[in-house]
Design a protein around this ligand. Structure first.
Ligand code: ZN
Length: 339
């Protein structure tokens, strides 16, 4: 699945190779990739024909090409999508779904959308040149110059959900996929289940910095393939073979401490972590609630004197027992009810 750095490589490639070109002809070879366009395949093609591509932009893993009439061609690569710039005489790819013939700056070339599994797709976003309304809800990503680090840190620390889940929440930060989340967590020595609201400001800021570093490193390595006019965005870039410390390394020794990396199921995918460097957070101990009858016996058995002392204890478990005692005998000890 293409992650954000690969999508950024595609964006940069589109900027270099199709901006300034005019779309002369559109051929939809399979209707599924344009299913989100309510005009249907014919309307989709008609909305693009004759339009000039003004730039190439990205929000998270969505790409859009603003057009000269204020609309935009919006695309997502899904699980297996590719956008290729090819000379027209090159043979059709096996999973070629949409073909856009270009003229002008890219005279004679074709922009091809190739997608085996077709989770991705293309659509024309009406008035979406500046920012397609379909993706306006998606948060900026850590590589976006306008990403707000402080706001991100504050939001993570307000939520009790696990920090990995938050890293993958596209409404909070976009583009940090499963691989980058696991790598950033390994570098930050944090387990993904650590609740956001129990991390310090600097822990979250450091984690964000690691996510950005990992993504930039991948971006640097993925950026070399575009000069051939062919972008491979299947997650096969060399980065994945050489630089990963946690992801995909189940049972291999941790690069830091040598302990075997562990894999656990996570949201229909997997999480990889070092059980030593990234200890599983201890669950907050559940205070056993004594059954009422036993406590009543204990009270009648002479421990009532403990009651007021326990009520004043700052310890949460004792407060609970204290409250229970009050529930039983509130009329007798009203002056000692804790605030
Ligand atoms: Zn380790």
């Amino acid at each position: 699945m293409p992650e954000l750095p690969e999508v950024e490589v595609v964006r940069a490639g589109l900027e270099r190779h199709v901006v300034g070109a005019t779309i002369t002809r559109v051929e939809v070879l399979h209707p599924r990739p344009v299913r989100r366009d309510l005009r249907g395949p014919t309307g989709f093609a008609a909305a693009l024909a004759g339009r000039r591509i003004e730039s190439a932009r990205r929000r998270g893993k969505y790409l859009w090409l603003p057009l000269d009439n204020g609309d935009a061609l919006l695309g997502h690569l899904g699980m297996s999508g590719q956008l290729l710039v090819q000379p027209p005489d090159s043979p059709d790819e096996r999973h070629l779904r949409v073909r856009l013939a270009l003229s002008g700056a890219s005279e004679g070339r074709e922009l091809r959308f190739v997608d085996q599994r077709m989770f991705g797709g293309l659509s024309v976003s009406t008035g979406g040149g500046e920012l397609p309304p379909e993706i306006a809800h998606i948060a900026r990503d850590p590589l976006d110059p306008e990403f707000d680090d402080d706001a991100f840190v504050a939001k993570v620390r307000r939520r009790s959900s696990g920090v990995k889940r938050q890293l993958l929440d596209q409404n909070l930060v976009s583009g940090v996929g499963n691989i980058y989340a696991d790598e950033a967590l390994w570098r930050a020595r944090l387990h993904g289940e650590r609740p956001g609201n129990r991390l310090t400001r600097s822990q979250v800021a450091e984690l964000l910095g690691h996510a950005r570093e990992v993504m930039l490193a991948a971006l640097g390595e993925g950026g070399t393939s575009f000069d051939t006019l062919y972008v491979n965005v299947n997650g096969e870039s060399g980065y994945f073979d050489r630089s990963l410390h946690a992801y995909g390394r189940e049972n291999e020794p941790c690069d830091r401490c040598g302990a075997p990396i562990r894999r656990v199921a996570f949201m229909n995918r997997s999480s990889f972590f070092c059980p030593v460097c990234q200890p599983v957070p201890r669950r907050r101990r559940v205070v056993p609630v004594p059954p009422p009858r036993r406590l009543t016996r204990a009270v009648s058995g002479g421990t009532l004197e403990d009651g007021p002392a326990r009520l004043q204890s700052p310890d949460r478990s004792r407060c609970y027992i204290g409250r229970f005692l009050y529930g039983q005998g509130a009329d007798r000890l009203p002056e000692q009810r804790p605030a």
